[in-house]
Design a binder for this molecule. Structure first.
Ligand code: GLV
Length: 332
């Protein structure tokens, strides 16, 4: 039996390519000699796309825009590698009855570990201490004393799966926890702040774990940073777009906040030179989920989603905006 076409606009990891290749006729757009002609040829009948966020696709990006979607009248599924899906116009998918899946759960604990490791590195300056030792400076004098995690309150911006996993770690470390999001969550035992600025004022660690995209663009701006204050620390493991980067750089330069730990950047992998030059911040190259085990599990989940969907069993992890089966039934 002929296999269905599945369009892969950007290179997913080998495990995802192999797994999808067993069940679909894969069209690897980046390998096509004439991608435009290939897209034109498959557009009328294409039902499945698998794509990913740039950090997982060798840095290549192929935003799934409304205009792109409009070319595929029969499209049913966009399976995304990554828990975030700001690379996809989700409203356009919902309007067209296209189901979108992501890769939640399998990366929750890994990403929360990264967030917490970054927080400890920022507060206790472990990367700086490592550099200090290697530069031979310890032979002359001890590394300077640092700030402390003791007696701090961590405000979590976006209490989703990853935010909750970070909150649990925070409690284990003796932190007080608060959160801000669209609404209070009945089963969350921590104080909820409707206004982000109020929470920033009440805490001295701001942990950003909210989705990216238009709804959260520049959510962390100068007034929020000023509310966080001179002892405050900003950690961002979400998306660079959530933070107003020039405002953050100014706040760091002027000592209006203490420090920042960033795993994500607005124009990554390009990083503002001012940040790179600052010794008191900790910068990571978007490694939140970057372990072998977790990346393999994410690849496997993309494959499971596409295979189950194509077999009529429904997607494993559809995103909230395109629930299954209600969404698909209503649309098709
Ligand atoms: C990575 O950033 C992801 O969204 O999984």
């Amino acid at each position: 039996m002929a296999q269905d076409d599945l369009l892969m606009p950007v290179p997913l990891p080998p495990l995802a390519q192999e797994g999808l290749g067993e069940s679909f006729h894969l069209i690897k757009l980046w390998e096509e000699p004439n991608p435009k002609a290939t897209l034109a040829a498959i557009a009328p009948g294409l039902r499945f796309i698998a794509t990913g966020v740039p950090i997982l696709t060798e840095g290549m990006s192929y935003p799934i825009t409304a205009a792109f979607l409009a070319r595929f009248p029969k499209l049913e599924l966009v399976a995304n590698l990554g828990v975030g899906y700001d690379n996809i116009d989700i409203a356009a998918c919902a309007a067209r009855g296209v189901v979108v899946t992501n890769t939640p759960d399998v990366l929750t604990e890994e990403t929360a570990d990264t967030a917490f490791g970054l927080l400890l590195c920022v507060i206790r300056q472990f990367p700086q201490a490592d550099r200090y030792l290697r530069e031979g400076k310890w032979l002359k004098t001890a590394f300077p004393l640092t700030a402390s995690l003791r007696d701090r309150t961590m405000g979590i911006v976006g209490l989703g799966r990853i935010g909750r996993a970070i909150a649990r770690r925070g409690e284990a470390f003796g932190l007080k926890i608060a959160y801000h999001g669209r609404k209070a969550q009945a089963d969350a035992p921590w104080p909820f702040y409707e206004r982000l600025e109020d929470m920033a004022r009440a805490c001295d660690i701001l942990m950003v774990s909210t989705p990216g995209g238009p709804a959260t663009r520049n959510l962390i701006d100068a007034p929020i940073l000023d509310a966080l204050g001179p002892q405050g620390v900003l950690i961002n493991i979400a998306r660079g777009s959530v933070v107003d980067e020039p405002a953050l750089i100014a706040a760091l330069r002027e000592g209006r906040i203490l420090s920042a730990g960033l795993d994500v950047f607005a124009g990554e992998p390009e990083i503002p030179a001012e940040l790179v030059a600052m010794d008191h911040v900790v910068l990571l190259p978007h490694v939140g989920s970057a372990s072998h085990a977790t990346r393999d599990a994410m690849s496997a989940l993309v494959v499971d989603n596409a295979v189950a969907f194509a077999a009529g069993r429904g997607p494993v992890t559809p995103v909230a905006e395109t629930p299954w089966p209600l969404h698909a039934k209503a649309a098709h």
